[in-house]
Design a protein around this ligand. Structure first.
Ligand SMILES: O=C[C@H](O)[C@H](O)[C@H](O)COP(=O)(O)O
Length: 223
């Protein structure tokens, strides 16, 4: 928890008065949202935000962080979000918390994406973490089959006895790939399958990754 908090709080230093900010999702992004709430109270920081999940939206609302409708937002200055894996080129796997689609939409509409992770998330090659794929419920069996035929070894994400349902009303298949040698090609191949809404590969989207180390140091990786 302390490592996640340290990375998240460092990232919030990048937020300046007047900025439009995307709020990420997950147990690391949680600390960034919390810190933003503190800065609003302590310094009167003036920002406008959008959230990448219902959970982050609820947290922001509780903390008095201004949430703005997308129609009024325009392009974001920066987004702060977590990740499940980060490689040396700052490509990512995201979606362990199920928020990949909203996160990718928000990241794509941000001038800058700052990722906050502890050192355990930094890998040489992506793929040890199962890759989340968001799938529409219609004919989900066929979409699942198509993933299987690609060699993805998909497994439905479950919520007890039922399939897990995202904030967008879709399902998630987690794909056991082991090693992703070409993230860009896989990203495109997966998103070509009808029924796949998006997948958790974030290629060339992160600008800065803030990594907290167990020795107390904070590293900034930049593209
Ligand atoms: O869907 C969830 C997001 O992509 C999260 O940012 C990611 O799973 C990392 O979450 P956490 O900070 O809880 O490890």
């Amino acid at each position: 928890m302390e490592l996640k908090k340290a990375a998240a709080e460092r990232a919030v230093d990048f937020v300046k008065d007047g900025m439009k900010v995307g709020l990420g999702t997950g147990s690391t992004a949680y600390w960034a949202i919390k810190r933003l709430g503190e800065r609003i109270k302590e310094e009167g920081l003036n920002i406008q935000t959008v959230a990448t999940s219902k959970a982050s939206e609820d947290q922001a609302r509780e903390l008095g962080i201004p949430l703005i409708p997308f129609a009024e937002m325009g392009r974001l200055d920066l987004t702060i979000d977590g990740a499940d894996e980060v490689d040396g080129r700052l490509n990512l796997i995201k979606g362990g918390g199920g928020a990949l689609l909203r996160e990718k939409i928000v990241a794509t509409n941000s001038r800058r994406l700052i990722i906050v992770v502890d050192e355990s998330k930094v890998v040489h090659t992506l793929g040890k973490f199962p890759l989340p794929i968001e799938i529409v419920p219609f004919a989900f069996e066929w979409t699942f089959q198509a993933l299987d035929q690609l060699g993805c070894r998909p497994q439905w994400r479950m919520n007890g006895e039922e399939k897990y349902v995202t904030d967008n009303g879709n399902y998630i298949a987690d794909c056991l790939l082991g090693r992703i040698s070409n993230a860009e090609a896989l990203n495109q191949k997966l998103n070509m399958i009808p029924g796949v809404v998006d997948n958790g590969l974030f290629v060339d989207l992160a600008d800065t990754v803030v990594v907290s180390h167990s020795d107390g140091s904070i590293e900034l990786k930049k593209r």
